[in-house]
Design a protein around this ligand. Structure first.
Ligand SMILES: Cc1cc2nc3c(=O)[nH]c(=O)nc-3n(C[C@H](O)[C@H](O)[C@H](O)COP(=O)(O)OP(=O)(O)OC[C@H]3O[C@@H](n4cnc5c(N)ncnc54)[C@H](O)[C@@H]3O)c2cc1C
Length: 368
């Protein structure tokens, strides 16, 4: 009974649309898993008149079987949402159709997008070592406001291929996906945190760990010069959740995120933060409410990603039992991430919305 009202509301909102017809050898064997997979990204799925429909906040995709292939109609409330729903549909069809590579060509809105809407070029304005192994790079950009707010903490930095004389920037292909002039030498993407932001001044700071086994991210921080153009894509990734009591745990790669979150906590927030760094020289002055206790954990000679300092600290923390709401946030090397996440879900029995534990890097493996 209520569906017609919902449909009317959705139709009014969806002002942009695009279509593609895709030839698939066994459409149902590909489209059904695509839709199922997209539910994990927050979509809602239903079947209507033989067509599969996926709805997201602000966008919708309809997959209709026809004699000439699967007709995919996408609609969205903004050009940016249309871009993302086209990317999601195209990339997942290509992934689930492998090894076949069906042709996808979108018609309709979105053809005017020269570059992915979440891509922008920043210019290096300052480079400063804030500790021996943490380099703060300040960037200027016209659209840094995209990174305002605690749900817009992270971005991907495009680390250019060393063999290129000039940087390569992405364009939008006919299939809706980012495309590169020289795909074999496309940039490497590395995830970083917006440590601080001044929207009025158009300034954004990122703190890069300079690590010995330098991959493209660390190498970019070591070599970049004032005036250099750096491409970024974002924002992405979850942020801070309201709670009475917090437990933060992270190594130096998560220090920028923890520092930013601590600064944004309300004055009455209580809890603990454990931050693992190489030694005392890597500790920083941080701002945090009086009810938060910050403890620095020093590896003192042990290699990054080899100690149990963070998991021991999390395990020894006693959560309040006075009815306070609790939130645990952790970012660290893969092995510690697995132990902390299993502790949160197992021994502590935390619900999904009560914790976010993320692997920030993987010892011995590049994040390529
Ligand atoms: C959401 C998110 C936000 C992040 N924010 C930041 C941030 O603000 N600042 C930051 O510095 N990092 C941050 N990281 C971590 C960063 O993305 C990784 O450290 C990444 O591997 C660095 O890329 P790279 O090219 O230097 O090294 P890669 O090419 O990925 O790896 C090369 C080698 O270096 C090793 N390695 C990678 N990182 C480290 C390290 N920290 N110490 C020692 N060895 C390492 C790898 O194990 C590998 O052997 C973040 C990660 C995520 C997921």
């Amino acid at each position: 009974m209520t569906r017609p009202k919902l449909e009317r509301k959705v139709l009014i909102m969806m002002t942009f649309s695009a279509q593609t017809r895709v030839a698939l050898s066994d459409p149902e064997a590909i489209i059904a898993p695509v839709c199922e997979h997209m539910l994990e990204h927050g979509g809602v799925s239903r079947i209507e008149d033989g067509a599969r429909i996926l709805e997201f906040s602000g966008a919708r995709a309809r997959f209709s079987p026809t004699d000439d292939g699967t007709l995919v109609d996408v609609e969205a409330d903004s050009l940016e949402s249309l871009y993302f729903v086209r990317v999601a549909v195209a990339s997942h069809i290509l992934e689930f159709a492998e090894p076949a590579a069906p042709t996808i060509v979108w018609r309709g809105d979105g053809g005017e997008l020269a570059r992915p809407p979440n891509f922008q070029i920043l210019r290096v304005a300052n480079v400063q070592d804030i500790t021996p192994h943490m380099r703060r790079i300040s960037f200027r950009g016209d659209n840094v406001a995209r990174f305002a707010g605690m749900n817009a903490l992270h971005l991907n930095v495009l680390c250019q291929h060393p063999g290129l004389a000039a940087p390569q920037w992405p364009t939008v292909g006919g299939n809706g996906l980012a495309q590169w002039e020289d795909p074999a030498r496309r940039p490497s993407f590395r995830k970083y945190t917006v440590r601080s932001l001044d929207v009025a001044a158009g300034r954004l700071d990122i703190d890069f760990v300079l690590h010995t086994d330098a991959g493209p991210g660390s190498a970019l921080a070591e070599t970049t010069q004032i005036g250099a153009e750096i491409g970024v894509v974002g924002p992405g990734g979850g942020g801070l959740v309201d709670a009475d009591w917090y437990l933060f745990a992270g190594d130096e790669t998560a220090l920028p995120a923890i520092a930013r979150m601590l600064e944004c906590l309300p004055a009455q927030a209580r809890g603990k933060a454990f931050i693992e760094v190489a030694d005392k020289s890597e500790a920083q002055q941080l701002k945090f409410p009086a009810g938060i206790e910050v403890t620095w954990l020093y590896r003192n000679g042990a290699a990054a990603g080899t100690t149990s300092l963070l998991i021991d600290a999390v395990r020894s923390s006693i959560l309040p039992d006075d009815g306070s709401s609790v939130y645990i946030w952790a970012g660290c090397e893969f092995a510690a991430f697995r132990q902390i996440r299993s502790h949160c879900r197992g021994e502590l029995g935390l619900k999904k919305e009560q914790h976010l534990v993320v692997s920030y890097w993987n010892r011995g493996n590049s994040s390529e």
